[in-house]
Design a protein around this ligand. Sequence first.
Ligand code: ADP
Ligand code: MG
Ligand code: ZN
Length: 475
Amino acid sequence: MFEVVIGLEVHVQLNTATKLFCSCPTSFNHTQNTNTCPTCLALPGALPVLNKEVLHKSIMLGTAIDATINKTSFFDRKSYFYPDSPSAYQITQLYTPVVEHGKLQIDFEDGTHKEIRINRAHIEADAGKNIHDGDISKVDLNRAGTPLLEIVSEPDMRSAEEAILYLKKLHSIIRYLDIGDANMQEGSFRVDVNVSIRPKGDEKLYTRVEIKNINSFKFIEKAIQVEITRQSEAWEDGVYDEEIFQETRLFDQVKQETRSMRGKEEAADYRYFPEPDLLKAVITDEMLEKYSKIPELPDEKRERFVKEFGLNEYNAGVITSSVEMAHFFETMMSIKGVSAKTATSLLTVELLARLKGELNITNSPVDANKLGLLAARIDDKTISGKAAKEVLDYLMENDVDVDSSIDTLGLKQVTDTGAIEAICDEIIGANPEKVAEYQGGKDKLFGFFVGQVMKASKGSADPQTVNELLKSKLG
Ligand code: ADP
Ligand code: MG
Ligand code: ZN
């Protein structure tokens, strides 16, 4: 009876070398308050100067989401006081953002798609960090003035599932474009979720609640679900008007509930006005031309993998779900003699199953070149697919090359027909009754001979050669 309405605001920290309005480095993990200068400390008289790299990355995002890129955009001042913001205002873009009217496609498991409209993406400066340490709070301004791109969707999502699909797609686009590291734990991809419900069929938007500070896809999904439950229960209990009002809430992961954080400020509370210290941001034709040439995006790559390598949609989706995995696969495929089928199963089945704990595709002890070479050794019949699993186990533990570990483990497949033929003759000679039975029509016995030959070769004979030889010898 209810329809869920969700709109998402995502703050992406851009991976520029320097901050938005000064030349302080943006790097992490430096001693507190060392990456600062009069501008990002907001000392009187210091003036901001726009970092052009931020415009370049905005053009890239705008192109990826098929948006309008405003060649002239403006900065505005949003006033609020908080200890981590020494200027007591934030520089942002309210009236004319750099990017507007984009869209992003989400893909459902059943192969259908939906388009989510993106209202805008605007540039703004990040605040510093408050560090709470027992009874005292400290402020670290290293992050103050770091560039953010805030990407605001239209309220087009109708379930927690759709919201997560949107976020994962956006996350992956940021990574493919390499305009930010989008690390959710470290806060470089921060999501605010706006949730409301309405009676099915109703077109009007009802009161939205904004949930802030959730740092994983799993918790975002849970937070949306519990908030939907809270709102629909209030409706059913007839207390919707008293209990649901526009406010900011927090998600409590332990209690699995959302809790009020503060009432929602109106835009008027921020006393927005055009930033007087900055010129308009201008994107030249040259900039537009250069930065709208963006790398291949996940959807295009997925389709290409299907067409070019014959992958099925599912595997193509798994492999292109992260840019690291896609590049890993492409490196494997660039090695001579590697088939897509072998590369896919070694990567998505064997390697992924072995990457546990701290290990992931970027720090895997077996890199793409090694795994590619292993695939090549399966495809050129040096080893069997079964033996490859043993080699991979060995390579995960030992920093040695593929060929020498095949030798060390003695797993080289015997494709030499002469050697296999000798074993076949031996097995046939040792089992005259079975041969007679087989030739008398007991076809099932063929498997017995294959098994005996494989066993005698300690699994090293190429099964296909064994099959062919036995067929011709037994008649
Ligand atoms: P603010 O910064 O005040 O939160 P924004 O305009 O930046 O305002 O963001 C509003 C977000 O809330 C957008 O993503 C929008 O789609 C979403 N939204 C607006 N109204 C509703 C609603 N009734 N239900 C759910 N989401 C909504
Ligand atoms: Mg908001
Ligand atoms: Zn600075």
